[in-house]
Every structure is written in C-alpha cells, then in structure tokens.
Ligand binder design. Structure first.
Ligand SMILES: [Zn+2]
Length: 337
C-alpha cells in the first residue's frame, strides 16, 4: 500500500518541510514496519498544519466591517487557539484589526485574509483585553507603521499573566503557537480616544474593571458597529475575571452607547444592540443574588456552586466549565462587602 501526501495548495516553506519530513517518515515506517507510531504522529502534525493554511472565513457584517467568528471550543491545534471573535475595519486610508486570535499562525492567516480584501495597510491593532485567545496573533502585525492600542492597564495585565498564558497555550495549541510573544501597546487609552482610518472614526473606550481590569471597546461610528471584546458574551457563558459588580455597572453604561449591533467577544459575528446584553445581564444578576444569599447564610464556596443560578445551566454553552470559577470569583469579591 502506498501512502501519498499531497503538498498543500498554499504552501509555506515550513509546511513544505513538514510535509516532506512526514512523507519520508511515513514511507520508512510503512516499509520497515517500525516507527509506525512516529510516522503516524508526523502525519497527524502535517494534517493539522496543512488544514491551518486554509484561508480564514471573514464575514462582512456591514460595509467595511469583517468578522472572524471563533468557535465555542477550548483552544486546540485545530482552531489555532482563536476561540474568540476578531474584527477588521477598512477605512479610506488604512485598516484596523480588533483582536488577533490565539496564535502567531492565526495572526498570519488573518493578515493574509485582510490582504485578500484590500491593498490598504494595517495601521492599527486594537486589543480588547489581555486574555490569550485575543492577543497571541499580534506578532504577525509587529512592524513599523502599525500601532498597538490597548487599555492603560493592558501592559501590566500582559506582563503579569503572560508567563502562564504562554505556557498554557503552547501546550494547547502546539506548533501554530511557535514564536508567540507579548507585544505591549504603543498607545494606551485611559478614558476615550478617537482614531481615524480616513473618513472613518473609531471611538475607543477604556472601562473600569468588569470582565477584566483592562477591557476596551471599539465603536465604528459610521456603521454603529460596537466591538465589545469579552464585555459581551452571547451563547457562551460569560467569565468573570475582574469584578461582577463592576461588570453589571459597565453593562448599564454600555446600553447607552449609540450602537446598532455588536460584535461580541464570543458569539455570533453580529447581534442587535442592546438586546445582546440581556441574557448576560440576567446571568450575572442571578450570580450576584445567589452568591450574596449564600454568603449571608454562612455557606462555604464549595457547597455554594451547585446552589447558585442553577436555572441558568441549560441556557449556556460551557456552563459546567466556567460557572464554578465564576461562583468562586464572585464569592471572593462579595465576601467582605
Ligand atoms: Zn476574555
């Protein structure tokens, strides 16, 4: 039996080397009957890498606004760690990227996909917050002429968390994560800032501690598109990594933004505004109510988990994975209020 590996259509040098190596190893493994495991592993690595060379699917949700929709999965080699949404806004003179996904390979593919849409240069990379599924494609854009923009607390969050994130995502994402590094913002937002892509203003707003302590939103004024980062989750359970009370306050303020639709950090590419906030606010209010009740009753964190907002369980993706940590985080936050 002959096993044949065809080179990928869009062949990068790295991929070609891997294809050739795997072809040799597979051939040796099959001929000699030895090293079958090695041959199989090499084949799987190539399959994963070849799949990763396919173009990203960017959806134009409104004129000049393109969105990559991350899958509701954990970070894996197959999804390149890009499990959150990423956005692209094209102005008259330049392009802004909002979040860069979870690996350098995703960043490269995002950049290639943008090049297929427009000849205009990417001038801005805007990071909505420091979580690894939103930042680790940034190295693909690290060059003169491209400004990195984030909340004034983004740099500190990246510095504090990145050793853990780099280690975790390297294990989860595999070769696509090679070369990942942290890029600190070259421009920091303290309250509100406007940038112009040429006849196209983006309003960047830095928020108080909510999903994290470094959440930034982007409003495309022309189309009323709000890129909310993880201040808005749709379908997938929100994760509290900042402040539950702060997040509920921020939600009230977000509602007043003059947006017509939102690109959530996790969820569909475009959701009507402000209705997109309703389910998330209901869950967070239930979390606040029930955790306060548990604390008042002298309950312990471990036993509280099953009694807090159980009615929400069937309404969310990843509830069992993320709800316990939300209860623990909220318990800690509310214990001494
Ligand atoms: Zn996040």
């Amino acid at each position: 039996m002959r096993t044949r590996l065809e080179p990928p259509n869009r062949c990068t040098k790295t991929v070609c080397v891997r294809v050739e190596s795997a072809r040799r190893l597979t051939s040796i493994g099959i001929r000699t009957g030895r090293h079958r495991y090695l041959a199989l592993m090499a084949f799987l690595v190539v399959c994963t890498t070849v799949a990763a060379t396919e173009p990203l699917r960017l959806e134009e949700v409104v004129e000049g606004v393109h969105v990559y929709t991350g899958p509701h999965e954990d970070a894996t080699p197959g999804n390149l760690g890009a499990i959150g949404n990423a956005g692209v806004v094209i102005g008259r003179d330049s392009v802004a990227v909002i979040d860069t996904g979870g690996s350098p390979e995703f960043g490269r593919r995002l950049r290639a996909s943008i090049a297929a849409l427009t000849d205009l240069p990417v001038a801005w990379v805007i990071i909505t917050h420091a979580h690894p599924d939103h930042v680790f494609g940034s190295s693909a854009f690290d060059e003169d002429g491209i400004s990195f923009v984030g909340h004034r607390k983004l740099a500190r969050a990246l510095a504090t968390r990145s050793p853990f994130y780099l280690d975790a995502f390297k294990r989860l994402v595999g070769p696509a994560f090679d070369g990942a590094r942290v890029i600190a913002p070259s421009m920091e937002v303290s309250a509100e800032t406007r940038i112009d892509l040429g006849d196209r203003a983006l309003v960047l707003t830095a928020w108080r501690t909510a999903h994290t302590d470094n959440d930034l939103t982007v409003l495309d004024v022309r189309t009323g598109t709000l890129f909310a980062g993880d201040l808005v989750f749709v379908d997938r359970l929100p994760v509290v990594d900042g402040s539950l009370k702060g997040w509920l306050e921020v939600i009230s303020e977000l509602r007043r933004l003059p947006a017509s639709h939102v690109v959530p950090g996790h969820g569909p590419a475009s959701v009507p505004w402000p209705g997109a906030l309703d389910s998330q606010e209901r869950y967070l209010r239930a979390l606040l109510r029930d955790v306060r009740r548990e604390i008042a009753g002298g309950g312990r964190i471990e036993s509280a988990i099953g009694r807090v907002a159980p009615e929400e369980r069937d309404r969310w993706i990843a509830f069992d994975e993320n709800h316990p940590r939300n209860v623990i985080a909220s318990f800690t936050e509310l214990e001494w209020e």
